[in-house]
Design a binder for this molecule. Structure first.
Ligand SMILES: [Zn+2]
Length: 93
């Protein structure tokens, strides 16, 4: 009986240890930065005089959310897969 309690207590300790480890990993800024996906770079399709741009891959023109993505007019810098696919398609380009 005492052995069983000991084992359960040990399992519980291990579980706590794993949870603590996981929380440390997520809150560690370096790990968090690594987990975050890099911002995709869209190919600007339409640009407004005030600097707003819409991406080639957007079905309806809308301003790109710059906290989540950036844009370029240089085809070689585009990282968005959808924009690249549209640019590679001779019918769409
Ligand atoms: Zn795109």
């Amino acid at each position: 009986m005492e052995v069983e309690v000991f084992i359960k207590n040990k399992e519980y300790q291990n579980l706590l240890k794993r949870l603590r480890e996981r929380m440390r990993r997520v809150t560690d800024p370096q790990v968090f930065a690594r987990l975050r996906r890099p911002k995709p770079i869209h190919r600007a399709h339409l640009t407004a005089p005030d600097g707003r741009a819409s991406a080639k891959c957007f079905v309806r023109p809308r301003a790109i959310d710059l906290s989540r993505a950036t844009w370029t007019i240089r085809d070689e810098d585009v990282t968005c897969k959808k924009c690249l696919a549209i640019s590679a398609d001779p019918c769409e380009a």
